[in-house]
Design a protein around this ligand. Structure first.
Ligand code: NAP
Length: 348
C-alpha cells in the first residue's frame, strides 16, 4: 500500500477524496491537512460533512494537521484540494520535500513543465515530470488535472479531435453549486436563480482544452490549433455540470460516425484496468431528455461523461451539437487526481 495524504481534506473536494479513497486497493490515507482553523481537531469535529456516505471510521478520528510538509510524515503521494492562491505557495514545498503532488488547483496547471493530464486524453504529457524535476531540482513533482468543466468537455473532444477535423468549438455550461466549494455560492444568490458568471472559468476552459489536446515533443506542449469559446453559468444543481457543445468541423461527417467514435473511445486507464477507470469513459444516452445531472452524474461511478442529443446542426455547415453531463467533484476533481495517481503508480 502507498501512504497518501489529502491537502484541504475538509473542503468539498477533500471530502470526495476521502470517500473515493476509502477501501482503495493501492492507496491508504494516513495524513489529512487543512487550514489553521481545523488543524489540531479530529477530522469529524473539523469538517462539515456534505456527502451521503458516512465518514470512514478511521478517518473520523484522525487529527487534522497544518498544510505544511514538515507535518506530513511517511507519505508518498499528496492529493491537493487547496484553494488556488494557497496551492501556488504550498504545493511546490511538498514537491521539494520529495512528495508526488496530484493537484486539483489551477495554480500550476499552465506552467510549461507541469503536466496537465486526463489519463484517457494525454497520458504522454506525464513525461514532463522528468523535465520538471531536473529544472526545479525536486525529488517530488506536481501533476495537475484540469478544471471540472474542462475535463468533461475534453473527454468528448478527444475522440473527435483524433478522427475529424475540428474548426471551432462553442460551449455553454450549466454548473453545479458544489463546483464553487461549500461557501462558494450563497443560497440567497442561487435558489430560484441562475448566475451567468463564474470567475476565470471561461478562460480556463478555453486554454486548458487546447493544452490537453496539444502535441508533446518530449519536452514541450504545443497547444492544439482550433478555436474554443466558452460561456459559463452557475445553476441551482448540487452536483454535476451540464454543457451544451457546438462544434464546427472543417469537413462533412455522419452523425452515426460521431456516435461510433464516442462509444469506441477508451484509453490507457481502461487498458491497464486502473481501479478508478470507468469501463466506458463516454456513455451515450439516446433518450431525448437525457443526460440530466441528477440522473446521469453517477455514470461509471461518477467517472464517465454522459452525452446525449447528438445531432447535426443544420443552421451552419459541417456542424454538430450535443449535451454532456459530468460529475464535477468526482470526474471533475477528486476522481481525476486519483486516476492520475493510479496511472503514475502503475507506469512510473
Ligand atoms: P473548499 O470547499 O472551499 O475547501 C477548501 C479546503 O482548503 C478546506 O479543506 C480548507 O480548510 C482548506 N484551506 C482553506 N484555506 C487554507 C489555508 N490558508 N491553508 C490550508 N488549507 C486551507 O474548496 P473546494 O471546492 O473543495 O476546492 C478545492 C480546490 O479544488 C480549489 O482549488 C478548486 O478550484 C479546485 N476544484 C474544485 C472543484 C469542485 O467541483 N468543487 C472542481 C475542480 C477543481 P478549512 O476547512 O480548515 O477552512
Amino acid at each position: 500500500m502507498v501512504n497518501v495524504g489529502i491537502l484541504g481534506a475538509t473542503g468539498m473536494v477533500g471530502q470526495r477524496f476521502i470517500e473515493l479513497l476509502a477501501d482503495h486497493p493501492n492507496f491508504e490515507v494516513t495524513a489529512l491537512t487543512a487550514s489553521s482553523r481545523s488543524a489540531g481537531k479530529r477530522y469529524e469535529d473539523a469538517v462539515t460533512w456534505h456527502l451521503e456516505s458516512k465518514i470512514p471510521e478511521a478517518i473520523g478520528d484522525t487529527i487534522v494537521v497544518d498544510t505544511d510538509p514538515s507535518r506530513v510524515k511517511d507519505v508518498e503521494i499528496v492529493f491537493s484540494a487547496l484553494p488556488t492562491q494557497h496551492a501556488s505557495v504550498v504545493e511546490p514545498k511538498f514537491a521539494e520535500a520529495g512528495m508526488k503532488v496530484a493537484s486539483n488547483a489551477s495554480a500550476m496547471r499552465m506552467e510549461p513543465d507541469v503536466p496537465l493530464v486526463v489519463p484517457e486524453v494525454n497520458p504522454e504529457h506525464l513525461d514532463l515530470i522528468e523535465t520538471q524535476q531536473r529544472k526545479r531540482g525536486w525529488d517530488g513533482f506536481i501533476v495537475t488535472n484540469p478544471n471540472c468543466s474542462t475535463i468533461a468537455l475534453v473527454m468528448t473532444l478527444k475522440p473527435l479531435y483524433d478522427q475529424f477535423n475540428i474548426k471551432r468549438v462553442y460551449v455553454s455550461t450549466m454548473q453545479a453549486v458544489s463546483g464553487a466549494g461549500y461557501n462558494g455560492v450563497p443560497s440567497m444568490a442561487i435558489v430560484d436563480n441562475l448566475v451567468p458568471f463564474i470567475g476565470d472559468e471561461e478562460e480556463k476552459m478555453e486554454s486548458e482544452t487546447l493544452h490537453l489536446l496539444g502535441d508533446f515533443d518530449g519536452t514541450t506542449v504545443t497547444d492544439a490549433n482550433f478555436g474554443v469559446s466558452a460561456s459559463c453559468h452557475r445553476v441551482a444543481v448540487l452536483d454535476g455540470h451540464t454543457e451544451a457543445v457546438f462544434i464546427e468541423m472543417k469537413d462533412d461527417f455522419e452523425v452515426d460516425d460521431i456516435k461510433q467514435s464516442f462509444s469506441n473511445f477508451n484509453g490507457l486507464p481502461q487498458k491497464l484496468k486502473l481501479h478508478s477507470a470507468p469501463e466506458n469513459p463516454i456513455v451515450i444516452r439516446e433518450e431525448l431528455n437525457r443526460p440530466q445531472p441528477r440522473m446521469d452524474r453517477m455514470a461509471g461511478n461518477g467517472m464517465a461523461v454522459s452525452v446525449g442529443r447528438i445531432r447535426r446542426d443544420d443552421v451552419f455547415n459541417n456542424s454538430l451539437k450535443y449535451i454532456l453531463v459530468g460529475h464535477n467533484t468526482i470526474r471533475g476533481a477528486a476522481g481525476a487526481s486519483i486516476l492520475n495517481a493510479e496511472l503514475i503508480n502503475e507506469i512510473m
